[in-house]
Design a protein around this ligand. Structure first.
Ligand code: MRU
Length: 348
């Protein structure tokens, strides 16, 4: 268990274990992984989800593959690792952390090209451990900056799950809330249920209940009414990819929340580690948006409620234009009213 009693991913002996987030909160169990292919399947099928957690999982997927094939000849080892990258990178398209983490692992091989496969496997595993530990540290730093933005007694709405389960620990958006609570503030969370995969109802609500942080669950179509009634003081969400101009891709429905927040003059914050900013993309229009299976909209797990034969759209993310974002909360501080210049400065 880690600091929030939720260890999304853990290394046990010689393999990776990840909490099966598809069955929470009715069951809490880990699944074991020992190859890039199995981890890629875990990412695709949402055993693990949330941008930073996907990045950590991919790094471990890369390391497990290296360990598995460490006795191959160097040339065969390198070609199998190339293939492992491809498999991992095809698992989900929107979260930039996946590409960031795999790229970081590939650089380890490149920078240590004189090592033999066994030595490489060891340092690749060390790098995956580092990525995981850094993620928790960065979330804590964002948490401290973000906590200052929340008033004592605030009701804070969040969408999807950007908590410990979406990261290596502490969380991004929920990390801000956790840090505010740790600093002595009374914070109440309003959790959007987050159709269709219900990350809010199943995961955010579960995390908050576990820790005794007051949480109220609403269905996604209720947030406008609550805002109009003055029941929401601030909004904090996570993100899967931020473009160079500050446009934010996050779970489908986030854009609606941001528009409503503007209408009601409610601050809309995005917790965003620098690894989630993609400066190679100039605006949100170029962020690839994942389209997921129709079965996620027509029902959930074994239960199907929509008419058979209906056509379905299931874009998993939407893009909130930068001008609707009050501030990006990063590990380097809060960037108010983000734009290209301010984002560039973060990397100097
Ligand atoms: O489809 P998911 O569950 O992977 O989507 C997750 C989100 O949209 C989160 O808000 C985002 O990844 C930020 S997680 C810290």
């Amino acid at each position: 268990m880690n600091e929030n009693n939720v260890e999304t991913l853990r290394w046990v002996d010689d393999h990776l274990e990840m909490i099966d987030q598809r069955i929470l909160p009715s069951k809490f169990s880990y699944i074991s992984y020992n190859s890039a292919k199995s981890v890629a399947n875990g990412i695709r099928s949402m055993v693990v989800r949330g941008a930073p957690a996907i990045g950590c999982a991919a790094a471990y997927g890369f390391a497990t593959e290296a360990l598995k094939i460490q006795n191959l000849k160097k040339v065969d080892f390198l070609s199998c690792m190339e293939n492992a990258c491809k498999i991992l990178l095809e698992s989900r398209p929107t979260a930039i952390n996946l590409f960031w983490a795999v790229n970081r692992m590939q650089l380890i091989i490149k920078d240590n090209h004189n090592m033999d496969p066994r030595e490489l496997a060891i340092i690749l595993l060390e790098e995956a451990h580092k990525i995981k530990a850094e993620d928790i540290k960065i979330n804590r730093m964002m948490g401290e900056f973000g906590a200052e933005l929340l008033a004592d007694g605030a009701n804070v709405l969040t969408h999807c799950n950007a908590g410990a389960l979406a990261t290596a620990g502490h969380g991004t958006a929920l990390g801000v809330i956790r840090s505010a609570v740790e600093s002595g503030k009374k914070i109440s969370v309003i959790a959007d249920e987050t159709r269709p995969f219900l990350q809010g109802a199943r995961l955010t609500a579960w995390e908050m209940v576990q820790e005794g942080i007051p949480v109220t669950l609403i269905s996604d179509n209720m947030s406008g009414y609550l805002m109009s009634q003055g029941e929401i003081d601030a909004i904090v969400v996570g993100t899967d990819r931020v473009a160079g101009n500050g446009d934010v891709a996050n779970k489908i429905g986030t854009y609606m929340v941001a528009v409503l927040a503007k209408r009601h003059n409610i601050p809309f914050y995005v917790a965003c580690p620098l690894s989630t900013i993609d400066r190679s993309i100039l605006s949100g229009a170029d962020i690839p948006i994942e389209e997921r299976p129709a079965s996620e909209v027509t029902g959930y797990q074994d239960m199907q409620w929509a008419a058979k034969g209906v056509s379905v759209r299931n874009p998993a993310f939407d893009v909130t234009p930068a001008d609707l974002v009050t501030g990006l909360i990063t590990e380097k501080g809060v960037v108010l009213r983000p734009n290209s210049e301010k984002i560039e400065t973060l990397f100097k």
